[in-house]
Design a protein around this ligand. Structure first.
Ligand SMILES: [Fe+2]
Ligand SMILES: [Fe+2]
Length: 308
C-alpha cells in the first residue's frame, strides 16, 4: 500500500484566487507526461468524465483482488482531508505553495476518494461503503499524528515526493493490470494527477533546497523515513476492513495481511512501473551518474515493495 502518514482533521479550507506557474518539464518520460502541460487552474477531469455505466460487471466479478485494492484505496484516499491541515499550515507563509495545496492538490486528492468510492459502489453494490469507512476510521484515527512532518521545509517536500511516487506507481499498476476498462481509465486519470503532484512537490523541493541547502544525507534520510511509513497502519487497516466485509468469517491478522500482500504482489508485479518509480525515488538526491547506477538496483528493490 502507499503511505498516508499525516493526519489531522480539516474542517474547511480557505482559498484565495491565484494562478500558479507551470511546472517545469520533467527530465524523464512517463506515460502520464502528456497531462502535465495544461493550465494549472484547469480541472483536468471530473466524475462526469468517467463512463460508469460501461463498467463490465463480468470482469469485475472475476477478480476479487481488484475489489480489495480499489476498495482499500478508496478508504485511504477518503481520509485525505484528515491529514492535510498540518501540511498546509506548515507552508502558510508561502502563498504559491499553500494556494497550490489548497486549490489543486487537496481537491484532486479528495476527488480520487470520491471517484474510487463511486467505482466501488457501482461495481460491488453490496459493499456498504459508508459503514465500512466508519469502521476503518474508528481503528485508524488513533494512528493520526501531528508530529510526522519533517523539521525542514525542503525535507518535507522531498518526503512528499515519495508519497506521490508511491501513489503514482500504485495507480499506474492498477491501470495497466485492470482488464475492466472503466477501472483502467479511472486509475490512469488518478495516476496522471499523482505524477503531476510529484512534479509540483519536486519543484518546491528544489526551491526550498536553494534556501536551506540540506546535504544529500539529510535528503536521503527524509526519503527513507517516508519509505519506512509505507506498509504502515493505513494500508493494513484498510485491507483488513475490506477483507472482513467480503469474508466476515475469515479472521484478519498481520499474518493474513502479509500473505495477502504476497499474493497481490505476485499478481501485480509485472505491471509495476519499475523504471518510473526508481527515477522518481532517486531524483531528489541528484546523484552523479556513477552513484545513480549503483543506487538503482537498491532503489528498484525498495520500489518493488510499493507494488500493490
Ligand atoms: Fe491521490
Ligand atoms: Fe497525489
Amino acid at each position: 500500500m502507499f503511505t498516508f502518514g499525516y493526519t489531522v482533521f480539516v474542517p474547511h479550507l480557505r482559498v484565495r484566487g491565484m494562478i500558479l506557474n507551470q511546472t517545469p518539464p520533467f527530465p524523464f518520460e512517463t506515460p502520464q507526461d502528456a497531462g502535465a502541460q495544461s493550465t494549472p487552474r484547469e480541472q483536468r477531469w471530473t466524475l462526469d468524465d468517467i463512463p460508469w455505466q460501461k463498467i463490465e460487471h463480468r470482469e469485475v466479478a472475476a477478480r476479487e483482488d481488484f475489489s480489495l485494492l480499489v476498495a482499500a484505496a478508496s478508504l485511504v484516499e477518503a481520509t485525505t482531508g484528515l491529514y492535510t491541515r498540518n501540511l498546509i499550515d506548515l507552508f502558510h507563509g508561502d502563498e504559491e505553495v499553500s494556494l497550490w495545496l489548497g486549490e489543486h492538490w487537496l481537491p484532486e486528492e479528495l476527488q480520487h476518494g470520491r471517484a474510487l468510492r463511486l467505482y466501488v459502489e457501482t461495481a460491488w453494490p453490496d459493499f456498504a461503503w459508508e459503514e465500512i469507512y466508519r469502521r476503518f476510521l474508528e481503528e485508524y484515527a488513533p494512528f493520526c499524528r501531528l508530529d510526522a512532518l519533517e523539521a525542514a521545509l525542503s525535507l518535507e517536500m522531498a518526503s512528499r515526493c515519495v508519497v506521490e511516487m508511491g501513489t503514482a506507481s500504485y495507480y499506474t499498476t492498477l491501470s495497466r493490470a485492470s482488464t475492466e476498462p472503466v477501472l483502467s481509465l479511472l486509475a490512469r486519470r488518478i495516476a496522471e494527477d499523482e505524477v503531476r503532484h510529484y512534479k509540483h512537490f519536486y519543484r518546491y523541493f528544489r526551491k526550498y533546497r536553494e534556501a536551506e541547502q540540506p546535504g544529500r544525507k539529510e535528503v536521503a534520510g527524509a526519503l527513507w523515513r517516508r519509505l519506512r511509513m509505507t506498509n504502515s497502519e493505513d494500508g493494513y487497516i484498510a485491507l483488513k476492513h475490506v477483507s472482513l466485509a467480503r469474508h466476515p468469517d475469515r479472521p484478519f491478522d498481520k499474518r493474513r495481511y502479509r500473505a495477502l500482500r504476497r499474493e497481490l504482489r505476485r499478481s501485480f508485479l509485472a505491471q509495476f512501473p519499475h523504471a518510473m518509480s526508481v527515477k522518481m525515488l532517486l531524483k531528489p538526491l541528484e546523484l552523479p551518474a556513477r552513484a545513480q547506477r549503483v543506487a538503482e538496483p537498491l532503489a528498484l528493490a525498495i520500489a518493488r515493495r510499493l507494488a500493490p
